[in-house]
Design a protein. Structure first.
Length: 398
């Protein structure tokens, strides 16, 4: 019987060689920033040829979705193998070949609730970067209280007629499709009567409007549905809804756990491929000589490492079939706070230079401002703390 550690060591060696052979060295030397992200989609244009080569190599091997089954465009890796792959990607400073809300959120929901035909139709298009998705959850008046969504889908026989609006729809103006919560039974209690629907953004009646933020960037949009006809089926046994009609809240909760894990993962994020310590060391020769800065940096690095280990533990728990459940609120809250602490420290260390919009070290001010949204998106910090108190710690409500 082959020793598991030997198998994993062999896998590490093989995957490191594959990354080195397929991710161009020039790409690995580029700073990791907004321009290094490949989102894919119908209208995607690669910033340079190396991006295209890297994504196509990853797609061919299923490494855009390492743990998804090969039948759906994944690589079928185990949890341990995926972890090694991520570690080697970080060590070799290889950028992600493809980023996608389809990979992070919709895919897991389809794997759990979709029909086999839905999976075979949509998942390979996600893994190969053919469809770029956005998320239609929040509405004016239905943000943290998400179950109060009022965008409605009326049953018109062979299609649904969708009317309403969504807000804070990230990259809606660039997305091809949207997965949205819509109310299909207006008389049911608010957590019931909601369905999870897949809508083509090119459908007549769908419009978007970017929202300008204080950071100067605008990833968020308003999305409007004005008598949008959504076919009930995109093919045999490929319904436009996921899960059961009027039971979309079940799908929404499952997806939210993945969204919160994704947001919490930002706590482990590198700054242009550098750790916090490396970044601080490049600011000024005397930066890390400051005992206060050095102490705060060390504390942050230890907390980041501890959080990463906690995140891995919950991912292992999810693999065993127990899921993450309400603990995703804890991960999201703590990950958000670490990321905010990181940028508070960087701004403090950079001094007046950190307030410059375009400095030699990048736009720290814009990135610092962006972290404020981390404690809002995916559920506010206050809501996360409420979930932790009630559902994790089981504290009395009064």
């Amino acid at each position: 019987m082959t020793d598991v550690s030997t198998e994993l060591s062999s896998f590490r060696e093989a995957i490191a060689k594959w990354i080195t052979d397929n991710c161009p060295e020039s790409l690995r030397k580029r700073p990791i920033d907004e321009d290094s992200i490949v989102w894919g989609g119908r209208n995607w244009t690669f910033k340079h040829e190396e991006q295209r080569l890297w994504m196509e190599s990853a797609v061919a091997k299923g490494m855009t979705a390492p743990r998804w089954p090969t039948a759906y465009g994944g690589a079928g890796l185990s949890r341990a193998e995926e972890k090694i792959f991520r570690e080697e990607m970080a060590r070799l400073k290889a950028p992600s070949p493809l980023e996608s809300f389809g990979l992070w959120m919709l895919g897991p929901a389809l794997l759990a609730f979709g029909t086999e035909e839905q999976k075979l139709h949509f998942l390979p298009q996600i893994t190969n970067g053919k469809i770029r998705w956005c998320q239609g959850y929040s509405e004016p008046g239905a943000g943290s209280d998400l179950a109060s969504v009022q965008t409605r889908a009326e049953d018109m026989g062979d299609h649904w007629l969708v009317n309403g609006s969504k807000i804070w729809t990230s990259y809606a103006d660039k997305a091809d499709w949207i997965f949205a919560l819509v109310r299909t039974d207006r008389d049911a209690p608010k957590h019931l009567g909601i369905s999870f629907m897949l809508i083509d953004m090119t459908s007549p009646g769908v419009t978007t409007k970017p929202i300008r933020l204080i950071s100067g960037k605008s990833p968020f949009c308003e999305t409007f549905f004005d008598n949008v006809k959504v076919p009930k089926s995109y093919g045999e046994n490929i319904p436009s809804h996921v899960g059961e009609i009027n039971r979309g809240w079940d799908v929404a909760k499952h997806l939210l756990t993945h969204e919160r894990e994704m947001i919490s993962g930002g706590a482990q994020g590198l700054l242009g491929g550098r750790s916090t310590g490396e970044f601080l060391g490049n600011l000024d020769a005397d930066t890390l000589a400051d005992p206060v800065i050095r102490s705060q940096a060390m504390e942050l690095e230890v907390d980041t490492l501890a959080f990463g280990m906690t995140l891995d533990r919950y991912k292992d728990q999810a693999q065993s079939g127990r899921g993450v459940g309400n603990a995703s609120a804890m991960l999201k809250y703590y990950g958000t706070e670490i990321n905010k602490r990181r940028y508070e420290l960087l701004m403090s260390a950079a001094g007046s230079e950190g307030t410059e919009w375009d400095s030699p070290h990048g736009s720290l001010a814009a990135e610092w401002l962006r972290t404020k949204a981390n404690s809002i998106e995916g559920g506010t910090s206050e809501v996360m703390l409420d979930i932790i108190a009630k559902r994790v710690l089981e504290l009395p409500s009064k």
